[in-house]
Write a protein that binds this ligand. Structure first.
Ligand code: ZN
Ligand code: ZN
Length: 262
């Protein structure tokens, strides 16, 4: 990794912008908390998780629950969006289409996450034993687990190393679920070839590494909780986005150099 390039990237995210973004994010999160308190028990009666994982993929969320929380978040932003626009945008988002309004999109993501967190708490009450059972092969070794969240079915690109021994877990930023995975290798394709994994970091973000995998051409982020404490993974992921930009550039350059076409 070219260090200068990384530092240049860091400068593009100024502190003021980050502070403003954090303030907005905190206000929206507080509203999610209020909604969970006021409406959580009602919705938990209404929503029934599946019997097997993924227990509640977000695409299966009823439109009414999504629109209810999303509208509240838009109001916090001081924006009134008609129900028909919200409905249409939700359908497009579920179908994997891009949402052009960034404010509308981030409120939707925070809303989905708020609903997923609620469902996760409920699912953990009933499926705890099943979810906490370590996934072992016949020799008792932990097997490579899929990077797909057993609760909400979202793919994760985030792993954490837990104190005191650095046991590795995958972390879902949508619902907050964590599940054990192998200690080494790429969390996305399972490759354990150390020579194929490139660890990129910056003194700016101690305890955070981005791992670029040359086998699958993807990357993921790893938080070492022995070096930093994380209270909000979504924000921590946003705060360390300069590392994503840097690794994306690195992967693009690297693909060019090695003649790979992505
Ligand atoms: Zn999840
Ligand atoms: Zn990989």
């Amino acid at each position: 990794m070219d260090k200068n390039m990384l530092e240049h990237k860091m400068e593009t995210v100024g502190n003021t912008t980050m502070e403003q973004a954090y303030q907005t994010y905190s206000l929206l999160n507080e509203e999610v908390g209020r909604w969970q308190d006021e409406r959580g028990s009602f919705w938990m009666e209404e929503l029934s998780p599946a019997e097997t994982p993924p227990y509640y993929p977000f695409v299966a969320f009823p439109e009414t629950v999504v629109l209810e929380l999303w509208e509240r978040l838009n109001r916090i932003r001081g924006v009134i969006v008609s129900e028909s626009v919200l409905r249409e945008t939700w359908l497009e988002f579920k179908a994997g289409q891009s949402v052009s309004d960034p404010g509308l999109l981030s409120c939707l993501q925070i809303a989905i996450s708020g609903i997923a967190q609620l469902l996760r708490a409920r699912i953990m009450e009933t499926k705890k034993d099943m979810l906490n059972a370590p996934l072992q092969d016949h020799q008792g070794e932990l097997i490579h687990e899929s990077a797909v969240c057993p609760i909400c079915g979202e793919g994760t690109t985030l792993s954490v190393l837990a104190p005191p021994n650095g046991q590795r877990f995958l972390h879902c930023t949508l619902c907050g679920q964590e599940w054990p995975t192998k200690r080494v290798g790429c969390i996305l394709c399972g490759s354990e070839e150390a020579a194929e994994q490139n660890y990129l970091n910056s003194g700016e973000f101690p305890g955070v590494e981005v791992v670029a995998c040359e086998v699958c051409g993807q990357y993921f982020k790893e938080f070492d909780l022995r070096q930093l404490s994380v209270t909000d993974y979504i924000w921590e992921d946003v705060r360390t986005l300069p590392l994503n930009y840097a690794v994306e550039q690195w992967l693009a350059e690297h693909a060019k150099v090695s003649g790979k076409v992505q």
